[in-house]
Design a protein around this ligand. Structure first.
Ligand code: PMV
Length: 368
């Protein structure tokens, strides 16, 4: 089923009285790194511009959702749940999840009939500056979709993935890109078939071999809490003096990247990826209030990457999230060259010499 779905298609209709009493589902869901960045949104969690990301492999969340029929009358209360992160009860995680449940209730009304226990852990350290909302929210969305599939066993895999992405988006925009692999587009773009604002879709064209098993070594420059939450960051794009131009530029960059991913032009790839990273930070540098999310070591690493590239003609490049860590991207056939360079020249700029070797991955997996 490759038809584009609308919001109406995601409203659960065949409500049966035959709900399972209790059970649990577990999903392992990857993080992702955006190549063309999503920055700026409108209600309800719709992007102001399309984005595309590499699905990652080594950075993931594993979430188990335990469900049990509730004694409360359906629909009259907030959803009752507890959250454990790395075996520790985490009441401070509850407000964000409560908002997520409230937003998705109209599409999965059966969740009101249950009490839940959510048990989650990440493969990466919690305080690593790596955002866990993409993997965390997509894992939870997938667990809820597994429950929906119990009620609608004939559901196709395509519908399952689209609705999982749709629900994940309502928790965190970038989570919509953490269901499938290896490249996912979220947000409507004229050149990319099936792309839309409601859910992420796999990049539909054949990807050049140059981008197969692409590497992302994440240099942990600053492992502190995020200085600016993404909610605040997206909000700063309302009334931002450069917002409209930026949204337009993201469309153009995605048009170009669409071609590059098919023709394998690594030099043009580098040019767009680094410009996207610096533009994301430029938006924060020029917002009101303004923020500097890079640290001195972020800039040192970027300069070292540029020197190394000029010296060796390597296809190494960097991208950034809304923080100080640097994602170093490079093709499979340069992995020895680049990892040697990272170890000898860059690790010293990481907090406690910490870095994570990741690469492009295939998407979420259910654990039986
Ligand atoms: O999904 P959010 O609301 O946390 O926003 C994430 C935005 C960036 O990570 C900075 C860019 C992106 O496209 O992932």
């Amino acid at each position: 089923m490759n038809k584009m779905l609308t919001e109406q298609d995601f409203i659960f209709k065949n409500f049966s009285e035959d709900l399972p009493e209790k059970g649990s589902f577990t999903w392992k869901t990857p993080s992702n790194i955006a190549l063309v960045k999503y920055w700026g949104k409108r209600d309800p969690q719709l992007p102001e511009n399309p984005s595309i990301s590499f699905t990652l492999d080594a950075c993931f969340t594993i979430t188990t959702l335990e469900f049990k029929k509730s004694n409360l009358v359906q629909g009259d209360q907030k959803i009752n749940f507890d959250v454990f992160f790395a075996d520790e009860k985490k009441d401070d995680f509850k407000p964000k999840i409560q908002i997520f449940f409230e937003r998705i209730k109209q599409y999965v009304p059966f969740i009101s009939d249950y009490d839940f226990v959510i048990r989650s852990r990440n493969s990466f350290p919690h305080s690593s500056g790596i955002a866990s909302s993409a993997s965390g929210m997509s894992a939870l969305a997938l667990c809820i979709m597994s429950l929906e599939k119990e009620l609608s066993p004939n559901m196709t895999d395509a519908y399952f993935n689209k609705k999982a992405s749709f629900l994940a988006r309502l928790g965190s925009g970038s989570a919509s890109r953490s269901i499938e692999g290896e490249l996912v587009v979220w947000g409507n773009h004229n050149d990319i078939q099936g792309s839309n604002d409601l859910y992420g879709v796999e990049f539909p064209s054949t990807v050049h071999d140059n981008f197969k098993n692409y590497h992302d070594t994440i240099l942990l420059v600053d492992k502190g809490e995020k200085q600016v939450s993404s909610t605040v960051g997206h909000d700063l794009m309302h009334g931002h003096p450069f917002a409209e131009k930026r949204f337009e530029q993201a469309h153009q960059n995605l048009s170009e990247l669409n071609e590059i991913l098919q023709n394998g032009d690594l030099k043009r790839f580098i040019n767009i990826i680094e410009s996207e990273a610096l533009t994301l930070h430029a938006m924060m540098l020029t917002s009101n209030p303004c923020f500097i999310l890079m640290k001195p070591n972020t800039l040192t690493i970027i300069n070292k990457i540029w020197e190394f590239r000029a010296r060796t003609n390597s296809n190494i490049c960097f991208t950034l999230d809304a923080g100080a860590n640097v994602h170093v991207l490079y093709p499979e056939n340069e992995k020895e060259l680049v990892i040697n360079f990272i170890e000898s020249d860059l690790i010293k700029y990481c907090q406690n010499n910490h870095y994570i070797c990741d690469r492009v991955g295939l998407g979420a997996k259910q654990f039986e």
